[in-house]
Design a protein around this ligand. Structure first.
Ligand SMILES: CC(C)(COP(=O)(O)OP(=O)(O)OC[C@H]1O[C@@H](n2cnc3c(N)ncnc32)[C@H](O)[C@@H]1OP(=O)(O)O)[C@@H](O)C(=O)NCCC(=O)NCCS
Length: 457
């Protein structure tokens, strides 16, 4: 991929999850010292200048009784609200807030197309609590101006599994930025989670905070180059023609892995077993119980069956000739609405989610040349098929991080590196650094790969 094309494609990235994108900004933030983090320096997180000596909880164990049952005070005309995402009107308030404020898009050309199905999937996983869908409204108008959410997870950090939450969808209205509402939001959701006897959290951000436990890079693989070009995401590199670019990214008509088929309910137990074996190699992992596994990989919205365009999660298995499942992969859909374009109204975006394969399970050392070659070959075949299936599901670009074993297939399958990075953080838990699949020069680390095995939405 040429420098120019790469640059343009990575603009897409800025819209995808992040407010980061900009390397110069990263450098500036990296220069920010611990004392400058007026809020974070008061929180139980690893300090920027700290070298971790021992993994484990930071604050002493408290009990929920020690935590106030009163919400934090809010200044001015603001009030807390608990958002009921099963209520269409309240759900629309969240869409509106996130659509208009979650991503930076100066031209206001693209907006996330959040749907009820997406929130049903991402915010209502087993054990979800309405109390953890926290909003702030203007008292007089009731307009929703900020949001933060948590879902319960069992998180394994190397050998220790801790009951935690994943924090997501933090958003403050653009007109209220820089007013220190974020620390209040974080403290309030912490209070609500602590009241339920949960003391740890996993969260990600494009910005540097004290202190990342891992850093991964975003990558993307064009599936429909001409459309990406037509809507202004990518420009023609000077040395190439349109046809050459289309040819470069054209995928085969059909998938090639024998035995590949959509995952079904009957597969759940077998796939979960394979998945657990595969995930055991990583240092930062979300453990799924039976109900969670079903939720995350088959979805919880029956209606999507009758309306395929609202489908959020796509899961596939490979069943070999003996009827055993040797591989599994999944990706999810979160499209953009395209404004002001007479031809294209929507941009389909697929995100690689979890996968597992038995290709290298027989080897004692996952990093041995034989194990690496076996897994690389298998993953290249599987992920190429994932791209084909994503394309067939009307997705125009397929995104992946450098987490998991992704570094093995990214380059061969033409996933271009983005300029966005995703930092992983643990709240109230110290951990040694975890490899994120990138080298010091930020290129893919095909040797060490990544020990991040968790995928955050
Ligand atoms: C992220 C966002 C909520 C921050 O709001 P803001 O108005 O700039 O920040 P505030 O004045 O309210 O608070 C500043 C504090 O929040 C911290 N902060 C900023 N972004 C943060 C994040 N994503 N996660 C945790 N803390 C964050 C800052 O470091 C600062 O604390 P410090 O003094 O210890 O450094 C806002 O920019 C936003 O809604 N962005 C778009 C959505 C988004 O990117 N969400 C985060 C996804 S990871």
């Amino acid at each position: 991929m040429s420098g120019e094309q790469n640059e343009k494609l990575t603009e897409l990235l800025k819209l995808l999850k992040l407010n980061n994108g900009d390397l110069s900004k990263l450098t500036q933030e990296q220069r920010k010292e611990m004392k400058d983090y007026k809020f974070w320096k008061t929180q139980p997180v690893t300090r920027l200048d700290e070298s971790v000596q021992k993994e484990g909880p930071i604050d002493r164990k408290k009990t929920p009784d020690e935590i106030s049952d009163q919400p934090l005070p809010l200044l001015g005309d603001f009030e807390w609200c608990t958002v009921d995402v099963t209520d269409q009107k309240q759900l629309e308030d969240v869409f509106l807030l996130l659509n208009e404020n979650y991503v930076e898009d100066r031209d206001a050309t693209f907006r996330f197309k959040y749907t009820r199905e997406f929130f049903n999937w991402s915010l209502r996983s087993p054990g979800w609590k309405q109390d953890w869908h926290v909003g702030v409204r203007v008292g007089s108008t009731k307009k929703l101006v900020a949001f933060i959410s948590a879902i319960p997870v069992n998180l394994r950090v190397r050998d220790n599994t801790v009951r935690s939450v994943e924090i997501n969808f933090l958003c403050v209205h653009k007109q209220l930025r820089g007013k220190r509402l974020t620390p209040v939001m974080i403290k309030e959701i912490t209070r609500r989670v602590n009241r339920c006897d949960i003391w740890y959290a996993l969260y990600t951000s494009g910005t540097i905070l004290p202190s990342p436990v891992s850093v991964c890079r975003y990558t993307h693989r064009p599936l429909n180059w001409s459309k990406l070009h037509d809507v202004g995401f990518t420009h023609m590199p000077s040395h190439a023609t349109r046809n050459q670019m289309i040819a470069k990214y054209t995928l085969p008509k059909a998938t090639s892995t024998e035995g590949l088929r959509p995952m079904e309910e009957k597969d759940l137990d077998e796939v979960r077993l394979l998945f657990e074996k595969y995930q055991s190699r990583f240092d930062l992992v979300q453990n799924f119980d039976e109900a969670e596994f079903k939720h995350w990989f088959l979805g919880n919205d029956e209606k999507t069956a009758s309306n395929p365009s609202s489908k959020v999660i796509y899961s596939y298995v490979v069943e070999n000739q003996n009827g055993q499942i040797s591989d599994f992969f999944s990706f999810y859909s979160l499209p953009f609405t395209i404004l002001n374009n007479s031809v294209h109204k929507e941009l389909g975006i697929g995100y690689l989610f979890y996968y597992a394969s038995d290709a290298d399970l027989e080897y004692a050392d996952r990093f041995s040349p034989e194990a690496t070659a076996a897994l690389k070959e298998r993953l290249c075949g599987l992920m190429n098929d994932a791209c084909i299936l994503a394309r067939d599901a009307k997705m125009d670009v397929f995104n992946a991080l450098t987490s998991q074993d992704n570094a093995l297939f990214l380059e061969p399958l033409k996933f271009g590196p983005g300029d966005g990075f995703l930092n992983f953080y643990l709240f109230n838990y110290r951990a040694f650094p975890i490899t994120g699949g990138i080298k010091d020069d930020k290129s893919y680390d095909t040797v060490k790969r990544s020990n991040v095995g968790v995928v955050m939405l």
